[in-house]
Ligand binder design. Structure first.
Ligand SMILES: O=C(O)CCc1cccc(O)c1
Length: 479
């Protein structure tokens, strides 16, 4: 039995980030891949949705993978990077007992099984979870909305033939909860979430015989299963006001929290790390001003607000809190089976998508006639390139992507050598649709986190160098 929740659903964007770090292939091989969701009311299928209704992507919309396995694959990638000389040190069993924030550095008291030591650091990234001791030690607030409902997680081990899809029930006919959710995980483990309501007796609900009564009612009396891991959780939707506080940066659950519905917790934490990593690296190397880190704050606060808004809407729909909200919700569910427009109002969780940083101060010039989905701020959509994939070829540097356009074979701006990738959009439907639209050529400036920084009709050295300067928060361009 446990407390809280553990992530299982890892989104396409997370897999693309992990692929860049060398862990995507093993995650994909072990994970249960899925694109389809089905929504039921009582015993009726209302509708189904496809989260990736187009070809030309290396990764599926989602994989399900137990969080410890996800972490194991990341750890393996770190060990491999270390063996290739990456200056990464992992110190297990080290606990931060005190943090003092100075203008330009932090002092940290660390406790280990071998005794304490003091560390001075130019930067501290606090990824220490929803209860973040570092956030408390520094006295930062963490305000938001508490949702008055309890959810039971029952991870059960069984051989079953349900398709690998996300199934969600409102008011299920098997009456094991006010709502229920089913996901397949690797190794014959199935995640079931039951909505229990607010005023419950936790100890009683966590008794194995009571959990089994709910699971058996759902699966039927003849299905053989074992309880693998169970937990009851409540949740809040909240965020810190600022994710950057001088030399201390907050990422993941320490900075923001959402409900599990939509799988936006772990997936947004990965986007935080991806956003922060390249910026911190450039600042540490003296290639970008420290103000670049303010854009971590503005971009990821924007992302967190999007996640919180989606998560709050889903939770309000799943757990209506007034008679009138419930009446509205039930009317929508009644209509949804037969009236397509009503399905757009049903909300069992809008699943995690990467954020487009519209309005980011790092965004440079745009060409309005190019496709909207690749406008500045957008996460690059994948596309096949011969036997390879665009995102794999883009890698993790600033990159000049030339599609049937003339660009130099090497190019540096602001002291940063850019990678140059020249590809053809001819006979490549996916690349053409996603990056060219009606144009026959294009030049894209891509950030190390594979978001579009700027795009141009033609390569112009001065214009592109200025866009690189803007993308690293440098006003003066010294190419
Ligand atoms: O399908 C969803 O909306 C999320 C499923 C999920 C994610 C994390 C924990 C959990 O119990 C369920």
């Amino acid at each position: 039995m446990g407390l809280g929740s553990r992530a299982i659903c890892f989104a396409k964007r997370t897999l693309e980030i992990c692929d860049r770090l060398g862990a995507g292939v093993s995650m994909l091989a072990k994970g249960v891949q899925w694109n389809i969701g089905k929504v039921f009311h009582d015993n009726r299928l209302l509708y189904e949705f496809n989260l990736l209704p187009e070809d030309g992507h290396a990764f599926p919309a989602f994989i399900n993978l137990q969080q410890p396995l996800f972490e194991k694959f990341l750890h393996e990638a770190i060990v491999k990077a270390q063996s290739q000389g990456a200056p990464i040190e992992i110190r297990g069993s080290n606990r931060i007992d005190a943090v003092v924030r100075h203008e330009d550095h932090v002092t940290i008291d660390v406790m280990t099984p071998d005794g304490p030591y003091v560390l001075e650091a130019d930067w501290l990234v606090a990824c220490d979870g929803a209860r973040s001791p570092i956030r408390s030690m520094l006295g930062h607030g963490f305000d938001g909305r508490v949702f008055e409902d309890n959810f039971l997680i029952a991870d059960v081990k069984m051989k079953a033939n349900f398709p690998t899809e996300r199934w969600f029930w409102f008011e299920p006919h098997f009456k094991s909860g006010d709502s229920a959710l089913l996901h397949k995980q690797p190794d014959d483990i199935w995640r079931i979430d039951f909505q229990l309501g607010w005023n419950i007796d936790r100890q009683k609900e966590l008794k194995p015989e009571n959990i089994r009564a709910r699971v058996s009612a759902m699966l039927g009396p003849d299905v053989d299963y074992e309880l693998d891991w169970c937990s009851i959780y409540t949740f809040q939707c909240r965020r810190m006001e600022k994710f950057r506080n001088g030399p201390v940066l907050f990422a993941g659950d320490s900075a923001h929290q959402v409900s599990p519905f939509g799988a936006r917790g772990a997936n947004s934490g990965m986007q935080d790390a991806d956003n922060l990593g390249w910026k911190l690296a450039l600042v540490v190397q003296g290639l970008a001003p420290d103000t670049l880190l303010d854009s971590y704050d503005s971009e990821r606060v924007y992302g967190a607000d999007e996640n919180i808004a989606n998560s709050t809407r889903a939770t309000d729909f799943i757990t209506p809190k007034s008679a009138i909200s419930k009446l509205f919700r039930d009317a929508v569910l009644q209509l949804a089976e037969t009236v397509p427009f009503a399905r757009t109002v049903v909300n069992s969780g809008r699943l995690s998508m990467p954020c487009t940083y519209d309005g980011s101060p790092l965004n440079g010039p745009d060409v309005a006639s190019f496709p909207a989905r690749t406008r500045p701020g957008s996460p690059c959509p994948d596309a096949p390139i011969g036997a390879d994939w665009l995102l794999r070829l883009l890698g993790g540097n600033f990159t000049l992507l030339a599609i049937d356009a003339d660009v130099p074979t090497t190019f540096s701006a602001c002291g940063i050598p850019l990678s140059v990738l020249s590809v053809s959009g001819r006979d490549n439907k996916a690349l053409g649709e996603r990056y060219l639209g009606n144009a026959t050529s294009a030049v894209y400036l891509i950030r190390p986190d594979q978001h579009v920084a700027a795009r141009f009709e033609h390569f112009d050295e001065e214009v592109v160098a200025a866009a690189v300067g803007r993308a690293i928060a440098k006003d003066v361009v010294d190419a």
